[in-house]
Write a protein that binds this ligand. Structure first.
Ligand SMILES: [Zn+2]
Length: 281
């Protein structure tokens, strides 16, 4: 699916080859993948193959989380989008913005910007989500400035044409987040903003699962903390404008219920607003 040509076992931050130790955690969803660490970045090693990712996200993920675009938008998605929109608006209140969202699901966050947008572009791989967003934009009478691509934002060319790129709980699902962030950087206009929110999963929370026998079932590929998220954004040449950790709402109830013995009481998500700052001449 993504970045098949990258070195699958080199650290995004320092470039060194990472070797997983025998005692490192086996990734619960992907065979032959461990969860290892270099430079504070905790990630899958090696990243799962395209086939493994397709198998997991194409079927198991939606069925396990009962994610259905035929039903109402889940409450946590509605609440989360509202909070994210307010948070971003503390820094960005301009209008007539060209905005894209990577992996936008129901389109909830993207569409909260409809009053401020010149154009809204949804990048979404799930065909059911694509149809959902198109129907929704038509119902809300905003289809004229909403477009949807059934592809990943990072595969969509690199012309700098956006003022704001949104990524809500998608970066942790993507192989080689550094390459992806660099691509998003190239797609932003000068001084354009990137909003990223990910779950805080360092240490990997082995109680965010579906049952006692499947204590972790999110299929994430990178397991961020605040410092590793900030480091990788800086490495991708972004300037950090704001960063915050919070308790949610962020995940389906299924995952929030079991705050078991490995939950350390810390914040559960990290959000960052970063800027494509002026290049030095
Ligand atoms: Zn490293």
């Amino acid at each position: 699916m993504l970045n098949a040509n990258i070195e699958n076992d080199c650290c995004e931050l320092c470039g060194h080859r990472i070797v997983a130790g025998f005692d490192e955690l086996q990734h619960p969803q992907f065979e032959n993948t461990k969860i290892a660490r270099c430079c504070g970045l905790q990630r899958s090693l090696p990243y799962p193959t395209d086939k493994q990712l397709k198998n997991f996200y194409g079927t198991l993920y939606n069925s396990t989380y009962k994610r259905s675009f035929a039903e109402a938008i889940p409450d946590f998605v509605l609440q989360r989008a509202k909070i994210q929109h307010q948070w971003i608006n503390q820094h960005e209140q301009r209008h007539k913005l060209d905005i894209a969202e990577a992996g936008c699901g129901w389109g909830e966050l993207l569409l909260t910007f409809k009053e401020q947008a010149n154009s809204l572009h949804a990048f979404e791989l799930d065909p059911e989500a694509v149809t959902f967003i198109q129907d929704r934009a038509a119902k809300e009478g905003i289809e004229k400035f909403v477009t949807v691509s059934n592809e990943a934002l990072e595969n969509s060319g690199s012309r700098a044409k956006y003022d704001l790129v949104l990524s809500s709980h998608s970066l942790e699902h993507i192989s080689n987040p550094l390459a992806v962030l660099q691509r998003w950087h190239s797609m932003l206009r000068e001084n354009g903003l990137l909003f990223v929110e990910v779950p805080r999963e360092d240490p990997v929370p082995l109680n965010w699962g579906v049952s006692a026998t499947q204590p972790y079932f999110a299929g994430h590929l990178t397991f961020f903390n605040q410092s590793s998220l900030v480091s990788i954004l800086k490495k991708a040449d972004f300037k950090i404008l704001a960063v915050e950790s919070d308790l949610g709402p962020m995940t389906p109830v299924l995952m929030q219920v079991a705050l078991g013995p490995t939950y350390d009481g810390g914040a559960r998500l990290i959000r960052v607003l970063a800027q494509k700052a002026k290049q030095q001449l």
